[in-house]
Design a protein around this ligand. Sequence first.
Ligand SMILES: [Zn+2]
Ligand SMILES: [Zn+2]
Length: 644
Amino acid sequence: MKISVEGIGEFELSDNSPLILLLDKIKELNPKKGLPVAFLSPSGEIIDWHTPINSSAPSLSLKPLYPEDKEALLVLRHTASHVLAQAVKELFPKAKLGIGPAIDEGFYYDIAYERPFTEEDLAKIEEKVKEIINKDLTLKREELSKEEAKALFQSLNEDFKLELIEEIPEDKVSVYRQGDFVDLCRGPHVLSTGEIKAIKLLSVSGAYWKGDEKNPMLWRIYGTAFFKEEDLSAYLNFLEEVKKRDHRRLGKELELFTIEEDIGPGLVIWLPKGAIVRRIIEDFWKDEHLKRGYQLLYTPHVALLDLWKTSGHLDFYRENMFPPMELENRAYQLKPMNCPFHIYVYNQKRRSYRELPLRFCELGTVYRFERSGVLHGLLRVRGFTQDDAHIFCREDQLQEELIKVLELVIYFLKLFGFEEYKVYLSTRPEKYVGDEKRWDLAESSLQSALQALGLPYEIDPGEGVFYGPKIDLKIKDVLGREWQCSTVQVDFNLPERFDLVYVGEDNKFHRPIMIHRALLGSLERFLGVLIEHYAGAFPFWLAPVQIKVLTIKDRVIPYAETVSSRLKSLGFRVEDDFRPEKLNYKIRQAQLEKVPYMIILGEKEMETGTVSLRSRKGEQLNNITLDEAIERFKSEAQPLFGAS
Ligand SMILES: [Zn+2]
Ligand SMILES: [Zn+2]
């Protein structure tokens, strides 16, 4: 078989042989970028040096993978997981191994042991890991019959591996060896442990074997690995930054929200300061929607169970719903979605083609069941308020409506400082409802809307919901993390189920198309993202407290009171700190509270009728007039006041 390696050369390799047989030849050619870490097949499969190549085709062209390729990092990290397992087995011979994959930001290994691993264990294991790396052990691949493999792992007391072997459909299984360590594995792996130049074990948590709570609990050790030391330190800095911005910690420190065990997991209480931020967003959201021809609705939090039968949610969404409750012999259901209510609003009247599009919006609170294990601050909760809307339109209006929705999404996100997004268009899945023509229309409308706005997008083929195609928008925050917030979905199903019609120009009944859309996603989630994005330092227009008035001496309190009440009368959110504390202490506290501005008043200010202004970034303007300060505040409140 002919193997051509992009940028290196062409080689002859006998069938069923590994690329390692070409190692010397490739080395001789001395490729510019050094020896490849592994290879990528035309079908996107990572092929390591060890795995025999079976190709029905007479030739195969491979793309070499180098340390800068993300696939190479996967190969390295998967190898790192083996090194981790080896280290654990050397230190804790009674430990039993589960699985150890590479993941997006590193790798983990699930390991059974009589007690959880401690921080000290982790430090010892990391030492051992580095020792093994320094030995630069070569990895070797072997193929065994299932019987041989069973005997091998039986002798090693690796019960979980035995279970895995049973599940492998092929007759043969592969193992990888390094030094005295052997693991059941398909690969891919690097050539030797020495290729791991930087490694760090990060944490331990419990994980059920195969994710099933009926199975034993294993200890999942997380780590990360890189080809370069500086990549690791950049990543550790990033983790530090993530920790600093953690919305759960900031939410508590800044008194924005709380989630109480006694109230219920995943149920959010908005504290006064968080409630202010939420109200600003809500008011703004409502105004912007009313301006754009939406009509505002309020709908109940529960409804009869039968409604959810008609809507189909009971069939395809039941596992995400709270269980029903009985009242006067009828079953009720906490709502997981707002859609059916909006449909009833549509059906209040016979609708004519002239009335369309109808746009109903609601900040609708829904309840969904999420396993307690996946709940996470404001990001994954059990009760949340969607910034929901449903648009009912004619086929010929679909594209324009989609453009308007996307424009509104972008408008909102820009306002909150999100300039970068990734857009995904999910198209018709294998199982779908509605006729093909309408699907084609919806998909091409979504596509043209994206093109009309010049939004680059990726297509997720077959990833649409069964009832229609959709656009998901992921925003990038300051740390480059992606967050799914906005979604726009075309729906052919619900109009059918609820028999929605309008009277057309031809005097006949037609089915409207329904668009579901949420711009921010939910207020809870969006606020969680915002807190992390701003690191809790909300811009002036959103800050719960915008200005703090600080006094240097008690004598200036009457003057400070006039300054403060003038600001309050103009609608600014002001807090007074007239305590007889040291100024530095007061400044530090205001800074910890991330208040955008401090107005500092001493005798000099009082005598000259001026103020000194200090921003939370430390910028200081001494002895300016209060009017000058107010001008500045007004301009920074602009996103809210000046938006059109
Ligand atoms: Zn492996
Ligand atoms: Zn909906």
